[in-house]
Design a protein around this ligand. Structure first.
Ligand SMILES: O=C(O)CCC(=O)C(=O)O
Length: 276
């Protein structure tokens, strides 16, 4: 993708001040209509197996059993995938991830050498009746030796109150890590996410939001007839390692950064299990 396919390039001091205070920041449109259409089409091609990656983890929603099932590579041609990881292997997604605005954001908050912990498509299917409880995007379960702090969440479809957009508690990142176990227990929800402090994060398709990983968030059901899809990536220092195998993660900016034309399959060790 060329530069003109993206939105603004600069991350300003005002942006920083708002993000530091609130723990989130609307970045506005980060893709032209054409570039958004290309990503929407690419994710469909991956779901249908027209574009394949050997070491790509997918989570399939089996409508008959109502259960989620993990698959490696594309085992089933279907638009019912709930989640797809490892999308930095795809040149189109990688080019989106490496755009100038994100380079500036990661340089400001992380440094020169930046890896991606997860680059993930999430689908909230039509008539989806499950909710995602309050949580921070950190925790022991992630199995890495430092907590990432920067996530950029892109709406591939509009996210609204009606279709179960994310809800957040602005400023809650300032509590630090509330619970190492990811989801908040009910008594902590009452304390840290009182209803009067919760806002709906409505976002138009093609818009992105910068989120602090300590920011409390949840999302609701999608009772509408249309799926609600998003692409989210969590950045961190390229020296962060997995606690079990000591692996580092794919580099997006800086030394040994992935290049759309030259990269190969993702390392086997990083797809053997889910870190996050
Ligand atoms: O997209 C959503 O509905 C929520 C995403 C989320 O909670 C997460 O990525 O941690």
């Amino acid at each position: 993708m060329e530069k003109s396919m993206y939105g603004r390039h600069d991350f300003t001091e005002t942006d920083h001040a708002v993000f530091a205070e609130q723990g989130y920041l609307h970045l506005g449109q980060v893709l032209s209509a054409g570039a958004l259409g290309d990503l929407q089409q690419r994710i469909k091609d991956i779901m249908l197996g027209c574009v394949r990656y050997k070491n790509m983890r997918l989570q399939y929603y089996d409508e008959e059993s109502g259960k989620l099932r993990r698959t490696m590579g594309n085992e089933i041609a279907s638009l019912s995938y709930r989640r797809i990881d490892d999308l930095e292997q795809d040149p189109l997604f990688l080019a989106y991830m490496q755009q100038e605005l994100y380079h500036q954001i990661t340089r400001r908050y992380i440094g020169e050498n930046v890896a991606v912990f997860r680059s993930m498509f999430m689908n909230k299917p039509a008539y989806w009746d499950q909710t995602l409880p309050w949580h921070q995007d950190i925790g022991q379960g992630w199995g890495i030796d430092d907590n990432p702090t920067i996530t950029i969440w892109l709406a591939l479809d509009q996210a609204t109150t009606a279709n179960g957009c994310m809800q957040i508690v602005p400023g809650s990142q300032r509590h630090g890590v509330i619970n190492e176990k990811h989801f908040l227990p009910p008594e902590k929800e009452v304390e840290y996410a009182p209803p009067q402090e919760v806002i709906d994060l409505e976002v138009a398709a093609g818009e992105a939001v910068l989120l602090h990983n300590f920011l409390l968030h949840r999302s609701g059901e999608n009772p509408t007839p249309d799926a609600r899809c998003a692409f989210s990536m969590t950045f961190m220092d390229a020296d962060v390692r997995t606690l079990d195998t000591g692996q580092k993660f794919p580099v997006i900016f800086g030394r040994n950064a992935l290049h759309p034309q030259t990269m190969g399959d993702k390392a086997e060790e990083l797809v053997e299990k889910f870190y996050g």
